[in-house]
Design a protein around this ligand. Structure first.
Ligand SMILES: N[C@@H](CCC(=O)N[C@@H](CS)C(=O)NCC(=O)O)C(=O)O
Length: 285
């Protein structure tokens, strides 16, 4: 079977498990982690929150630091944490091994430029291949929501906005809201997509949201985040949402920085937000 278990630990009455699999979309072995709440079983499938992490992360940062298990167990939602880029021999990296491009920095796009396009197809991996695999092998429903942090917040927003039929709700911590106009975004989008900036627009949440969004969106942002002004620019996303009637709540949180200390302080709110929208669809069925 194209799915290999590499760890499992009981936590909060449920299970944290890591797997690797041969991923077709990104042409390499990929690792992911799943938290299954105690009530998940073949006769009681549960909805899933997909979590996308930020620069330098892999499938473990959120699982080890966010403190999400007890609330997810209580709410009965699974959490899947993906890796942040393709990995392994033959996967190209930034020429200086910089932290903000290449390995650990896939930016959740489908690259069009060589040599990146052979492996860096993270948008398809996250939106298609990973959910199909998870739904085929674990006791989960097709209902899913999407969240993430920083580069992963950008990933959650852009993938959610472009595939609104696939998700029930979107949230983000400290997302890169306008990557076409910040240093992290310009570096990665120009390399992955080329220099024609019109090709970058479909990976910019502040642009995509102008087309509207039927899903509710929750964004938390620390006011003491060192990247707030230079890289993240949440006010631009809020302005575009308000101008286009999108249900987006931006909460500026005084004193919080960019770290997982911030995420762990508000993750329960995000889990409850997603559970409400996932459950609401359950009730309609
Ligand atoms: N290494 C970079 C920042 C990288 C960074 O802050 N990464 C965030 C996501 S953008 C993260 O989650 N790091 C891993 C962690 O805190 O566990 C720097 O020092 O400027």
């Amino acid at each position: 079977m194209n799915l290999q278990n590499i760890s499992q630990s009981k936590v909060a009455g449920g299970w944290h498990k890591q797997y690797q699999h041969d991923a077709k979309s990104v042409n390499c072995m990929m690792q992911f982690a799943i938290f299954l709440p105690p009530n998940a079983s073949e006769t009681n499938k549960v909805p899933v929150l997909y979590w996308l992490s930020g620069l330098t992360c892999d499938d473990q940062n959120f699982m080890q630091k966010a403190g999400a298990f007890k609330k997810a167990a209580e709410l009965g939602i699974a959490i899947v944490c993906a890796d942040t880029s393709p990995r392994g021999d033959g996967v190209p990296d930034d020429e200086n091994a910089a932290y903000d491009f290449g390995l650990g920095a896939g930016f959740y796009v489908n690259a069009t430029q060589a040599p990146w396009n052979k492996h860096y197809q993270m948008a398809d991996y996250i939106n298609q291949e990973l959910p199909a695999l998870v739904e085929a092998h674990f006791p989960v429903t097709e209902q899913k929501s999407i969240s993430g942090h920083s580069m992963g917040g950008h990933g959650a927003l852009t993938i959610g906005l472009k595939n609104q039929q696939n998700y029930q709700s979107i949230s983000a911590f400290s997302p890169i809201c306008n990557p076409i106009d910040c240093p992290w975004g310009k570096k990665s989008l120009s390399n992955y997509l080329g220099n024609n900036q019109s090709d970058w627009l479909e990976y910019d949440a502040s642009q995509l949201i102008k087309a509207g969004c039927i899903l509710p969106i929750l964004v938390d942002q620390g006011e003491a985040d060192q990247f707030l002004e230079t890289q993240l620019k949440p006010q631009r996303l809020l302005n575009a949402a308000e101008e286009n009637g999108v249900d987006l709540l931006l909460r500026m949180q005084p004193g919080y920085d960019h770290s997982y200390f911030f995420i762990s302080s508000f993750i329960d709110d995000h889990l409850a937000f997603h559970a409400k929208h996932l459950k609401a669809i359950n009730d309609i069925k």
